[in-house]
Design a protein around this ligand. Structure first.
Ligand SMILES: Nc1ncnc2c1ncn2[C@@H]1O[C@H](COP(=O)(O)OP(=O)(O)OP(=O)(O)O)[C@@H](O)[C@H]1O
Length: 329
């Protein structure tokens, strides 16, 4: 991948910023704390991301995801701890950090009164992209995202989905080596979400881009190399999605609307369930455990009963109810 920024001493203009400069991690967070008055938004977070990895930072509302992203993007000053991006410390070299990252944040960075093209030209200028570098890139991305016919339309007149696509174009215009995505697909329909993920996947594979993602759509994190679940600003579980699913169990028996007798009988066989609304999730650790008789007995006593493979949504619910659950055995 060619870095189109103006360059620094280590990365002169046009130098290849192929992901993996010597030894450094793309992202290194050590003991990050951020306090707002008496409240602690992030409480000692550690996260190290090697170059080229796709990592999900997952957690409920208010768990500290955006604050962490903002600390990485030099928008929030850590109260304590050490944060480095692309080998650069966010406090000592914020300009160097910003030059090498792309941001797609919850709040759009677009100016609603400018047209698409004006927004992108402005962004290109911010990253010191020369017009002969920026113009083909802008046109390529507008075409790819189906916005080429709208280049002269004011951003305020675009649909929410188009604005989000434009936010993403803006985030990757300068070919950053490291991309921070804070709920990038919020508000997009399924087709647009899939499209954007296919494109980001291509960028990762072809250009070795490092991606840190927060999302509430946990299926988007299934392709991550690593996921870190946080709550109250602390890690409550971390590993590859496969490892997390394995720790959760081989299968899950999902029961809705069971009468108390049925729920008690299943609990006796399978252990305490994870309860979410009217759903009881029973974890089956042994893939060979025979439960056919239990299923048959329970079916008439419940509204629905399904035995299925677990997914990251199950892991998320489990860890939020049992924050020690995600620790490696
Ligand atoms: N500028 C601020 N001033 C005071 N408190 C803040 C500020 N920004 C965040 N917080 C608090 O810090 C905590 C973490 O917020 P943060 O936005 O990082 O969570 P989040 O995990 O990104 O949530 P969501 O999923 O809702 O976006 C919350 O309790 C929030 O109220």
């Amino acid at each position: 991948m060619v870095g189109l920024n103006q360059g620094t001493e280590e990365h002169p203009p046009g130098a290849a910023m192929k992901a993996a400069p010597t030894g450094e991690s793309a992202i290194r967070i050590e003991g990050l704390r951020k306090r707002y008055g008496d409240a602690e938004a992030v409480s000692g977070l550690d996260l190290v991301i090697p170059y080229g990895q796709f990592v999900g930072l997952l957690g409920p509302n208010g768990s500290g995801k955006t604050t962490t992203m903002h600390a990485l993007a030099t928008l929030v000053r850590p109260t304590s701890g050490h944060v480095a991006v692309g080998g650069r410390d966010v406090l000592r070299d914020p300009v160097g950090v910003r030059r090498n990252i792309g941001l797609v944040f919850q709040e759009s960075a677009l100016d609603r009164n400018l047209t698409i093209r004006e927004n992108l030209d402005f962004s290109a200028a911010l990253y010191d992209l020369a017009p002969d570098q920026a113009n083909p890139r802008i046109e390529e991305l507008l075409t790819l995202f189906g916005l080429e016919g709208k280049r002269d339309v004011q951003v305020g007149a675009l649909s929410g989905g188009m604005r989000r696509a434009l936010d993403i174009i803006r985030g990757i215009l300068h070919r950053p080596g490291i991309l921070l995505l804070d709920e990038p697909t919020i508000g997009l329909d399924v087709l647009n979400r899939r499209f954007i993920w296919r494109y980001l996947d291509r960028l990762r594979r072809e250009e070795g881009m490092t991606v840190l993602l927060t999302t509430h759509y946990l299926e988007e994190a299934e392709d991550c190399d690593h996921v870190t679940f946080i709550r109250d600003g602390r890690t409550i579980g971390a590993g590859s999605p496969e490892e997390m699913l394995e720790r959760f169990g081989a299968f899950v028996m999902e029961v809705r609307g069971g009468d108390p007798e049925a729920t008690a009988a299943i609990t006796e066989r399978l252990g305490n369930p994870i309860i979410e609304g009217d759903r009881h999730l029973f974890r089956l650790m042994d893939p060979h455990q025979s439960i056919g008789d239990l299923e048959e007995w329970a079916r008439p006593h419940v509204q629905s009963l399904l035995v299925r493979r677990p997914d990251l949504n199950d892991v998320y619910i489990w860890l939020n109810q049992d924050p020690t659950g995600g620790e490696a055995p």
